[in-house]
Every structure is written in C-alpha cells, then in structure tokens.
Write a protein that binds this ligand. Sequence first.
Ligand SMILES: C[S@@+](CC[C@H](N)C(=O)[O-])C[C@H]1O[C@@H](n2cnc3c(N)ncnc32)[C@H](O)[C@@H]1O
Length: 232
Amino acid sequence: MDDGFRALQDWLAQTRDEPLEAMGAFFDARIGDYEAHMSPWRAHYAWMAALLPDGIETLLDVGCGTGLELDEIFARFPALRVTGVDLSGEMLAALRRKHPDRALTLWQADYFAQPFGDSCFDAAVSFETLHHFPAAQKARLFAKIRDSLRPGGVYLQCDYEAKTQQIEDLLFAECARRRARDGIAPDVFVHFDTPLTLEHEMQAMRDAGFARVELVGYLPEDDHTPMIRAVR
Ligand SMILES: C[S@@+](CC[C@H](N)C(=O)[O-])C[C@H]1O[C@@H](n2cnc3c(N)ncnc32)[C@H](O)[C@@H]1O
C-alpha cells in the first residue's frame, strides 16, 4: 500500500471522533492565523496572477476569502474591478481592510446560490475553495461561472486534487460517515476536504460547457495542486 494512502488512513483514524465544523464558522474562527497558514501557496498565487490575460478589466473571485490571490492580481492590474464572493464575513472584512481603495464588490453569500450574472466578467478565478464538493454540484457552479464570463473569457482554478480514485472514494465515504454521525442536513456546508481526481475535476468543467479545459501544470516540488484553465 502507498505510504501517502496509509498516512491519510492514519490521520482519519486519529481524527475520527472530531465533530465536523460548519464552513463559514470554520473560517471566521481562524481569521487570526489564516494568511500565515496559507503562506506555502505564495508562489501559486503569483502564478495565477501571471496567467491572467493582458487587458482584463473585470474579474470574479469565487471563494475569495481574504484575497491572497487578489494581493498578487491587484499588483498586476491595479484598476481591475473585482467581485468577490465568500461565506465568511470575517474573511471579507479582512480583504476590505487590505484593499480599501480598490474597486471591490463583495458578496457575503453561498457561491452555489448567488447569481453571478450573464457575460459580465472578463475572467474568473478560484483558489483552494472547491475541494469540499461532489462533481455534479461543482458542474452546476462551473456552468454559472462559464455563463458569467464574456465569450472567450478565462476561468483559472488552483486547488488540490485527490491523487487516486481510492483517495477520492475514501474521503467522500468518511465525510458521509461524519455527516450522518453528527446529524448534519445535506444542504449544510462543512469543512471536510473531499477533493476530486484531476480527471473528475476537468470533466466537471467540460460538463459545464466550457469550450476548452486544459491543465496548465504544477509548480516544482508540488504534485497535488494543479492549475486548470477553462475558456468560455
Ligand atoms: C481556504 S479559503 C481560500 C480563500 C482564498 N481563495 C485564498 O486562497 O486565500 C476557502 C474559502 O472558501 C469559502 N467558501 C467555502 N465554501 C463556500 C461557499 N459555498 N460559498 C462561498 N464561499 C465558500 C470559505 O469561506 C473560505 O473563505
């Protein structure tokens, strides 16, 4: 058996009795050390900013949090008009404090329920926010992102993947077990990671109707956080 899979099984066994936390409350409670916790992805944020097409004027950030990707994106596009959506009021408040003078529209909302509009953004991004949801639910969100882009608009996603089908299945099964144990209703979001394999993630984007979906790649010394580009 692969060492990584065994380590994951061990971690799940050690944490098996921990209660699940609601998504928004999870991030509200961790606002103090959130940015330090995300510092290993500094190079990925810069990479995402560099990959956006020249000349964009409007951007949708899905699950923007405190906007670590936006720190890099604003450095490249200071006049960009950004719409960010996130469940956590604390994360959005921190983002507003960091960028008081930028053209920021912030929606504290569930991105599955929030309308994004039609053909109104030049580009869209999401960073490390979608590794909690099943493929069919993601495909519906990807369709909404696609529709919100102007024709030819680009969606960049950087998030971590399940390296194998076995890992994807194990995490979804464990999440279902914990949800049932805690009596959590199907429509309540919890913070428990259930990443898809790269193949399933990209298929969900194709199912959503993007014209082109491609793997941009991985950064050196990181083989589990792919950058994906989808074009309307
Ligand atoms: C790990 S943070 C990433 C934030 C930011 N993109 C970054 O990389 O710093 C994940 C964010 O997704 C948000 N999120 C998770 N599920 C959400 C949902 N259904 N609707 C809106 N935001 C959600 C969380 O509140 C959190 O701020």
